[in-house]
Structures are given as structure tokens and as C-alpha cells.
Write a protein of this length. Structure first.
Length: 376
């Protein structure tokens, strides 16, 4: 391998190192300049490659990152709010379930009190009649179960006893349930028709007040629940499916990361513009006391890079000269080879021409023989 190519490789590495150092310096300068420019508008020219164009690009990137971060925050707040709504809705529904049970118990207690009180109207008369029928049925089934319990007999009697016992227990359970429903209904109707004015009793009044309080609380919870569910619907509609918000956040984060990686290139472009001819004057008002020294160092490195590049070009030129000289020698050898071939061809042609002449002479002799008089 040509040693000069090794030298070129070393020079290329050195040039690369110098370029990286210069770019690092100019990148830092560009970042500092953009920070000092801030919200100012110092450049009227925004054509491609101008300081104004770089500044516009930088601000566009900043805005996109800001918008993406704002979108992420909005999505995160919506997700957090949706979680809060779900927890509150669940808590309200649990409380409503408990309150419903409490209200049913109070209604039942009130219903029993209503039906124990003197007849107030046709409604209470009817309810008392139904209560009486149910109590009679309950007593009848309980008595039947007691008799069945005392009954003795063989296997067939035992089987019949079990079947009748199951029927009596089912009927007893149904009548007790109907009786509780009756008390529940009586208590509810009492509250809805304001019959409490016609009854007295401390316990009764307390139950009535408790029932009204439970109803008020349930009504308040219902209103709150409707409002929360509507808010949940709106937020949920904006967020879409369960995985969609997380997917959108990842998309914004990916875009932010991508833009962030592009900032060094923008800093470098502005730094290079500051290092170019006239750049020092263009950015003079945004340079700090270290600015000129930074530009001088970058320029010195650029000169070193140019020297290394010149050295590489010279070595490549020398290598090319040697390669072209070798090419000339190859051409010369090819010419000699072709000339040798030409000489051989000329000799071959001369031989062929001689054979043609001899053949033609022989033809003449044969023609004379044919035309000659050879006697009879």
C-alpha cells in the first residue's frame, strides 16, 4: 500500500478533529447569540441562508416544542381529571346505594308507624287491610310449619312433609317480603302526601325528618352525578379510546426529542454566519466580550483545516501524477506490442503476395500449355 495514502488518512482524521472543534465553538457561539437576541427582531432579511431565516427557524422550533408541551400538559390534566371524575362518580354511586338502603329502612319504619296509627284516609284503610291479610297469611304459614315440625311417620310421610315444608317456607318468605314492601310503600306515600301533620310521636317525627334529609342528600348527589357524568363524557370524547391519549403523548414527546436534536445544527448555522465575512459586524450588538476571541479561534482552526486540506490535495496530486506516469508506460508497452504485431502482419502479407505471384505465373504456364501445338 502507498504510504502516502496512510498520510492522507491521518490528515483526514486531523481535519475531522479540527472541524469538530471549530463546529463546537461556533455552535456554542450561535446558541449564545440566539439567547441574547431573545424576542428582538434585528434582521430584516429572511431569505434562505440569512441570519433572519435561521432566527425564524429557531423560533418555529421553539414554538412547536412549546405547543407540544402544552398539549402534553393538557392531555395529562384531562387524564388526571378523568381519573378524579371516575373516583368521585364511583363514590357517589356507592353513597347513593347506601342512602337508598337507609331510606328504604326509614320508609319501612314510617310505614309501620302509619299503619299502627288511627285511620287517616282511604289510603291508610286500604293499606291496613292489606297488612291484616298478610299478617294472617304469615301466621297461617308459621302455624303450618310448626305442625309439620311435630308431625311423625314413615318414609312416604317424611317425603310429603319435606315437600309441604318447602312450599310453606316459600310462601312465608314471600308474604314477609310483601309485608315489608307494604310498609315501605306506606312510608313513602306518607311522606309524599304530608300526612305527618296528622300524626304525632317523637320517634315518628325523627324518622320523617331523617327520610327528608336522606331524600335531599340523594337529590343533591343525583344533580352532582349528572354534572360529573356530562363532564366525563366531554373529556372522554376528546381523549378517545383508552390507549389513544398515551399514544398522542408519546407522539408529542417523540417530536420534542426530534426537534431538540435539531437545535445544535441551527446554533452551528448561526455561528458560521457570525464567522463568515461581515458576520462580526452583523452580530456586534449581541456579542459579549469573549465573542471576538471565539471568532479568532474558529478562524485559526479554519486556516488549519485549509492547510490540511491543501496538504491532502497535494499528496493526491502527487499520487495522481505517479498513476498517470504508470498509465503512460502502459500505453508505451501497448504501442510496442502493437508495432510488433504490425511487423509480423507485414511479413505475412509479403509472403502471401509472393505466393500470389508464383501462382499467377503457374497459371500462365498452364494456359500456354493448353494453347500450344503438341503434335498428333
Amino acid at each position: 500500500m502507498d504510504e502516502r495514502k496512510s498520510v492522507i488518512k491521518e490528515l483526514e482524521e486531523k481535519k475531522k478533529t479540527l472541524a469538530e472543534e471549530r463546529n463546537r465553538i461556533l455552535q456554542g457561539l450561535g446558541e449564545a447569540l440566539l439567547r441574547r437576541i431573545g424576542d428582538e427582531e434585528p434582521f430584516s432579511d429572511s431569505q434562505v441562508g440569512s441570519p433572519g431565516a435561521v432566527l425564524l427557524e429557531y423560533r418555529r422550533m421553539q414554538k412547536e416544542i412549546g405547543d407540544s408541551n402544552a398539549a402534553i400538559r393538557s392531555l395529562e390534566l384531562d387524564i388526571l381529571r378523568l381519573k378524579e371524575l371516575e373516583e368521585r362518580i364511583s363514590a357517589i354511586e356507592s353513597e347513593q346505594s347506601l342512602l337508598k338502603g337507609e331510606l328504604a329502612a326509614v320508609h319501612t319504619s314510617l310505614g309501620m308507624a302509619v299503619l299502627k296509627a288511627p285511620d287517616l284516609n282511604n289510603t291508610t284503610v286500604l293499606l291496613k287491610s292489606q297488612e291484616k291479610d298478610l299478617l294472617a297469611k304469615i301466621e297461617e304459614h308459621e302455624k303450618a310449619l310448626e305442625e309439620l315440625e311435630e308431625q311423625e311417620g314413615g318414609i312416604f310421610s317424611w317425603l310429603g312433609k319435606n315437600a309441604r315444608t318447602a312450599v310453606e317456607k316459600a310462601l312465608l318468605s314471600k308474604n314477609r317480603s310483601d309485608l315489608e314492601k307494604l310498609y315501605l310503600r306506606a312510608g313513602g306515600e306518607f311522606l309524599s302526601t304530608a300526612m305527618e301533620e296528622e300524626l304525632s310521636g317523637e320517634d315518628f317525627v325523627k324518622d320523617a325528618e331523617k327520610a327528608m334529609g336522606l331524600k335531599g342528600r340523594m337529590s343533591s348527589l343525583t344533580d352532582e352525578l349528572l354534572s360529573l357524568k356530562e363532564e366525563r363524557r366531554k373529556i372522554g370524547g376528546g381523549l378517545g379510546t383508552e390507549s389513544y391519549p398515551a399514544h398522542r403523548i408519546k407522539g408529542f414527546e417523540k417530536r420534542i426529542a426530534q426537534i431538540t436534536k435539531e437545535f445544535p445544527a441551527v446554533y452551528l448555522r448561526l455561528g458560521m454566519l457570525a464567522a463568515a465575512s461581515g458576520g462580526k459586524e452583523t452580530f456586534a450588538s449581541f456579542m459579549n466580550e469573549d465573542g471576538p476571541a471565539v471568532l479568532e479561534k474558529a478562524e485559526a482552526i479554519s486556516l488549519q483545516i485549509a492547510e490540511e486540506e491543501l496538504s491532502i490535495r497535494k499528496i493526491n496530486a502527487a499520487i495522481r501524477i505517479d498513476e498517470e506516469k504508470a498509465e503512460i508506460e502502459r500505453f508505451k508497452r501497448a504501442i510496442v506490442s502493437q508495432q510488433q504485431k504490425i511487423t509480423a502482419a507485414e511479413d505475412a502479407i509479403s509472403g502471401l503476395e509472393e505466393q500470389i505471384s508464383e501462382t499467377e505465373q503457374h497459371i500462365v504456364e498452364l494456359e500456354i500449355f493448353i494453347q500450344g501445338d503438341h503434335g498428333s
